[in-house]
Design a protein around this ligand. Sequence first.
Ligand code: MN
Length: 187
Amino acid sequence: MFTLPDLPYAYDALEPHIDAQTMQIHHTKHHQGYVDNLNKALVDYPELQNKSVEDLLKGLNAVPEVIRMAVRNHGGGHANHALFWQLMSPQGGKPVDAVAKLKDQFIQAAMTRFGSGWAWVVKDAAGKFQVMSTANQDSPLSDGFTPILGVDVWEHAYYLKYQNRRADYLAAWWNVVNWDKVSELLV
Ligand code: MN
């Protein structure tokens, strides 16, 4: 069964950019909910419980149709958030030029994602970087891309502190990017 990973820092570690209450609710309620619902979806499928969530998302078409949407939504939610926590840090390290130069395009993708979803810098099969966004909890893994950087633009990620000001959230979020993790993902 899948479990909620611990955060690699305290809930208040990303203050003032990302507030402690948002972090705590986001982790213990939202992410936990995705984990619980993923486990529920897989309860009758022990062979799928042994796969990694990344492999489930890469092979959604191999997941039985009756649970495919649940795996897409809740498996995506689990994988996206597990990565998201690691992509933030109070000590982010040195910006990675190849990714940092895509900032404007990345922020634009995050600003123009209508409704709930994510913006990403991903690597394609040829190793080329590109900016994309996904709706809901869809993972770039399901389209053959490897996520390198991703930001959650669901309102639950910012509404308590930033209300409707998504641009302010994104500007603040950029200050807590964990560049050490980004460079690890490039390899
Ligand atoms: Mn979220």
